[in-house]
Design a protein around this ligand. Structure first.
Ligand code: ZN
Length: 185
């Protein structure tokens, strides 16, 4: 089932998130719905707060990038209760966008290497190191479960320049092809 994607301004995007346990009702269904919602919106990552849930959960699928670089093939993952325990490496700037902020793209500086501990969809523990775009994508989604958006990383001047776009999102006045849920409608 395709879920509406919560837009900028929705309080859940800033809310503190809760850990999940194995007994979380219909978790398989939620994860399947998150992937379906993400594919429908042509995204490569989606976090639970973006579908209105204050949970420490996000999904990533980098397969769409495999056409340009085969190293992304089959990289489809579920991250439950993740903890980034180390960030290091060079600070790299790259343009990012977000399904909760349609139409916006801004240069964001992030560290190039992370170490993350998490549970997968079967509640198996993992402790992994990622670099480059893998690290960037995971950091973007991890930010979501920490109540952080990519625009929090941009300069005050850039933020001022996109202010009217942000206000439009709060009012739901955005042109995008997927279902969204704005604060005002
Ligand atoms: Zn995002």
């Amino acid at each position: 089932m395709i879920l509406p994607i919560y837009l900028y301004g929705q309080p859940v995007l800033r809310k503190e998130t809760r850990e999940l346990d194995k007994d979380y009702p219909k978790l398989d269904e939620l994860i399947a719905n998150m992937f379906e919602t993400m594919y429908n919106a042509e995204g490569i990552g989606l976090a639970a707060p973006q579908v209105g849930l204050d949970l420490r959960l996000f999904v990533v699928d980098l397969e769409p990038l495999a056409e340009d670089d085969p190293k992304y093939a089959g990289f489809k993952k579920v991250f439950i209760n993740p903890q980034i325990i180390e960030s290091k490496g060079d600070l790299v700037k790259m343009n990012e966008g977000c399904l909760s902020l349609p139409g916006l793209s801004e240069s964001v500086e992030r560290e190039s290497i992370i170490r993350i501990q998490y549970l997968d969809e079967n509640f198996v523990e993992h402790d992994e190191v990622y670099d480059d775009f893998f690290a960037r994508c995971i950091q973007h989604e991890y930010d979501h479960i920490e109540g952080v958006l990519f625009i929090d990383h941009i300069s005050p001047i850039r933020k001022q320049l996109i202010k009217s776009k942000l206000n439009s999102m709060i009012k739901g006045k955005v042109g995008c092809h997927y279902r969204t849920k704005a604060v005002q409608k």
